[in-house]
Design a protein around this ligand. Structure first.
Ligand SMILES: NC(=O)c1ccc[n+]([C@@H]2O[C@H](COP(=O)([O-])OP(=O)(O)OC[C@H]3O[C@@H](n4cnc5c(N)ncnc54)[C@H](O)[C@@H]3O)[C@@H](O)[C@H]2O)c1
Length: 391
């Protein structure tokens, strides 16, 4: 470990969109960390990057994870490659912060978490939306009982994409290389927040549906929905797409004492009921058949500034102190959303309700079938290795 109490990071997939975000954070941010090595299969891009940043550069993962001046590795390749990167890192004795989602399949996601635990490494996942102070405040309000018993959570989000988007990145929009569409690429943050706020777990069971409404340069779904229940009894509904537009990211939490709405990560409504909904339902004796407790609008909860590098800072603290609890989101927590995403795919494919966790073998069989029977997609000419816009 670095004697100056800084975690020395290496990045796998450093020259991609999110890889560049991580190099920026580690070189410009103020935290107990520094960047010492980058790795990308694109030789020209990684060479330029290493020269510009004055760090070691390589196209070989094995070289990066063997370096003595790397304490922790960020895995920023496409998600079907996360497991390989994470396993290589922990086998090389490194701690690891992986990009979201954990992987593409339940088998890979579970393998990755097991490898981290087996090697007793610190393993985190870059779910930076968890650092949002409004989300943290919402969770505090839920935990304090301010909203009463939580009955349900409703999550929606659209991340409109053109066909051109799919033409740019080789791995995007195919079952083989992306492992799915909006559910596994654009919506994981919302699904993670849903699991975190509702129960700190994956759901117990769900029914899912997904389809491709109109993206003919993509094989995968551009619209998905699901309904289900968490082990603690909280019901959920989810609706995400890259097909719809003007549909902001919204999280609505409904308790027996009040309700909260967050839109694009900010509080937009907080109400409390004059009486607990359950007590009222059980005790009101007429005469109004439509009677309901009065709804009182509350001032919106006050929160501090967002710190987008909080995940990096807390992960680095966990590495330096060897205390997993310091991390904002552990890789094991990344399983909540991963298992949810995989269950929605399997449920939609089978056309029936599924219990979680789903069978990894059944999932692999489904994915093999989707890959084998995927329609061939016509894609506009790929112009260059230009970067993609986030999400
Ligand atoms: N947290 C977020 O908000 C966020 C935002 C965007 C992307 N992501 C996630 O990050 C991951 C990457 O997405 P992206 O948009 O940056 O993709 P990208 O295609 O822009 O970048 C991936 C990089 O990995 C490199 N690469 C591929 N195989 C490699 C290997 N074997 N060794 C080393 N490098 C290799 C590629 O050359 C490329 O530079 C995905 O899982 C995505 O879901 C997360």
């Amino acid at each position: 470990m670095a004697s100056n109490k800084k975690v020395r990071f290496g990045i796998i997939g450093s020259a991609g969109l999110i890889g560049n975000y991580h190099t920026d954070t580690l070189t410009k941010g103020e935290g107990p960390y520094e960047l010492t090595a980058v790795c990308d299969i694109s030789e020209s891009r990684v060479r330029n990057q290493a020269e510009k940043l004055g760090v070691f550069g390589t196209t070989q993962v094995s070289e990066l994870v063997a370096r003595d001046d790397v304490d922790a590795v960020i895995v920023a390749t496409a998600h079907p490659l996360h497991a390989a990167g994470v396993v290589a890192a922990v086998e090389g004795g490194k701690d690891v912060l992986t990009e979201k989602p954990l992987a593409a399949t339940p088998a890979d996601a579970r393998k990755l978490v097991k490898a981290i635990n087996r090697k007793r490494r610190i393993g985190g996942i870059h779910y930076q939306a968890r650092a949002n102070p409004s989300i943290r405040k919402a969770r505090q309000m839920i935990d304090s009982g301010e909203l009463g018993r939580i009955l349900s959570i409703r999550v929606t989000g659209s991340f409109y994409k053109s066909n051109y988007y799919y033409s740019l990145g080789g791995w995007r929009g195919t079952w083989a290389d992306e492992g799915g569409g909006v559910l596994i690429n654009q919506a994981p943050h919302e699904i993670d927040l849903m699991c975190y706020l509702a129960a700190s777990s994956a759901p117990a069971e769900l029914v899912g549906r997904w389809t491709n409404l109109y993206h003919d340069t993509s094989q995968v779904e551009d619209f998905a929905s699901a309904a289900g229940v968490f082990p603690n009894g909280v019901e959920f509904t989810l609706n995400v797409s890259v097909a719809m537009h003007a549909d902001t990211k919204r999280i609505e939490i409904f308790g027996t004492a009040g309700a909260l709405t967050l839109q694009d990560g900010k509080f937009t409504r907080y109400v409390r009921y004059e009486k607990d909904l359950v007590d009222f339902a059980r005790t009101y004796a007429g005469p109004d058949p439509y009677a309901a407790p009065e709804v009182h609008d509350q001032p919106l909860p006050e929160v501090g500034e967002d710190d987008p590098s909080l995940i990096h800072k807390m992960f680095a603290e966990a590495v330096l102190t060897r205390k997993k609890a310091k991390m904002l989101v552990s890789a094991a927590d990344g399983l909540w959303s991963m298992e949810t995403i995989n269950a929605i795919y399997l449920s939609g494919y089978l056309g029936k309700k599924v219990k979680l966790p789903v069978s990894a073998a059944r999932y692999d069989k489904m994915l093999a079938d989707l890959i084998a029977n995927a329609r061939s997609v016509s894609r506009p000419q790929r112009k260059s290795e230009e970067g993609m816009a986030a999400r």
